[in-house]
Design a protein around this ligand. Structure first.
Ligand code: IPE
Ligand code: IPE
Ligand code: MG
Length: 252
């Protein structure tokens, strides 16, 4: 039998602490305007700035943005080079502003593929903002959900290989995932009309609420983010349990 608490009938609005976004549609945004894809990516950086500021205003604590996937190396080399340079320039240009807004920046993903310059800029940005306790902004670059699980497994193996342990828990593994500092995302947004997760946070999105929009990333703005959050707040998260509004009806 289920226990009822005095506020069992009160459905509290779910809080949105962590928002994860696949920023998709830069290329199509440019194509619609007969512009090179690169221009779409440049405009995409401006959207990032607006969404970061919008997230702060909405009280979101963690914002994770997918910037480059482990599969994006399949793109033409000129586009890959352009994206890497754009990431470097954006880091160098924005880090002081992020810092002055008390934002902590982290980059997750396999950094071994980045050159010294980009690797150094990432380290510099992370170190500069390390003590900030405002928005936790995480950029997923050369990131893949499967890569994350495998790298966590390897780290766990390194730690435990001399121990006698022969089985591990979800907690044991998740300690080594690259987003171990953040709660699982409450809300996942994908722009650009595709309804898939393209190897984003596979482990962490087990109970995340999904929001898909046809808006292309360069057109997405603070108001679009608000709409996604409003949609999220209307939802009833059960995590496999029972709707708290119905709980009292179950008790005989
Ligand atoms: C998202 O926009 C940015 C990256 C994947 C780096 P796209 O470049 O995927 O844009 P579309 O999907 O081709 O329109
Ligand atoms: C997902 O977008 C990756 C990023 C936004 C970084 P893609 O454009 O690469 O995804 P697919 O190929 O349409 O699944
Ligand atoms: Mg795309």
């Amino acid at each position: 039998m289920y226990k009822t608490s005095s506020n069992a009938r009160v459905q509290r609005k779910p809080s949105v602490d962590h928002v994860a976004i696949i920023m998709d549609g830069n290329g199509r945004w440019a194509k619609k305007r007969k512009l090179p894809r690169a221009v779409g990516h440049q405009r995409g950086v401006e959207t990032v700035r607006e969404v970061v500021s919008g997230a702060t205003k909405l009280g979101i604590k963690y914002l994770t943005l997918f910037a480059f996937s482990t599969e994006n190396w399949r793109r033409p080399p000129e586009e890959v080079t352009f994206l890497m340079n754009l990431f470097l320039k954006a880091l160098e240009k924005e880090v002081k502003e992020l810092h002055s807004n008390n934002i902590r920046l982290r980059v997750v993903g396999d950094r071994s593929a980045f050159g010294k310059v980009l690797g150094g800029a990432i380290e510099n940005a992370e170190n500069m903002t390390i003590d900030n306790d405002g928005l936790n902004l995480t950029i997923a670059a050369n990131y893949g959900g499967r890569w994350d699980v495998v790298q966590a497994m390897n780290l766990l193996y390194q730690e435990e290989k001399t121990s006698n342990k022969d089985s591990f828990s979800e907690e044991d593994l998740s300690k080594f995932l690259s987003l171990n500092f953040a709660p699982d995302p409450d809300l996942f947004i994908r722009t650009g009309g595709e309804e898939r997760i393209s190897n984003f946070m596979l482990w962490q999105m087990a109970y995340t609420e999904f929001f898909f929009t046809d808006e292309l990333w360069p057109d997405f703005n603070e108001n679009s983010l608000k709409q996604a959050v409003t949609s999220f707040r209307r939802r009833n998260r059960r995590f496999g349990g029972v709707d708290t509004n119905l709980e009292s009806e179950i008790v005989a």
